[in-house]
Write a protein that binds this ligand. Sequence first.
Ligand code: F6R
Length: 265
Amino acid sequence: MRVIVEADADRVATRAAALVAALVRSKPNCVLGLATGSTPLGTYRELIRMHREEGLDFSQVTSFNLDEYVGLAPTHPQSYRYFMQVHLFDHINIRPERTHVPDGRALDFDAACAQYEQRIREAGGIDLQLLGIGSDGHIAFNEPGSSLGSRTRLKTLARETIRDNARFFDSEEAVPKMAVTMGVGTILESRRCLLLATGSSKAEAIRATIEGPVTAQVTASALQFHREVIVILDEPAASLLQRREYYDDVEQSQRVYEQQTGRIW
Ligand code: F6R
């Protein structure tokens, strides 16, 4: 894992957007895995700015979102499809038919989940998966105890997640209790993963993910098995890391390499 610590959340966003943009420029028909929630909002704002001001072209990009609440229609303001439209898709030139968000109202969830995985395969697999992390260490909605080999499926949300996400709803009771989510196994098949975390509420989950043992109790820790993961943190999210000096040293070497080769991926 490459661990990058930036001064604040804005810098996390610009750094993450630069990495996404570099991939889109070098592989215009790339497949992006996208996340919702508060964490990627700044990254999406920066990508929209790059599209408008620098002509970053998403016309050949395909996207797959990590998850969707069960029971919410795509037009529901708290659905993840709606979130993606409002915060990214409506402002860039990605083709609507190339954007995929799991169906939270499928009649047959087993079939719909299998079809989602099939579509990812048909698209050639995910080139870059953007991830946030829950305060309980989840990636997508793979709550503690989820199989590290899991595929796209229905998942019951942990109470901690329901409490965390109640801020987007009128009340805690209004938060759906289940979601359709890519599995940990699905995420691990992405060619690259970009995990973002900001704020002190993520510090313990980040410590456990990067420096703790791999455990289904912290599903993000499974990323230790992935060969190309970049983690971008702000200072509060990085505050519990023990090997911070080493990450900074690696980062310095990486910068030299990037300057010499012009490659950031
Ligand atoms: C969202 C998702 C979740 C969030 C996580 C953090 O698509 O998959 O795993 O990334 O719950 O959410 P925020 O960013 O709101 O703290």
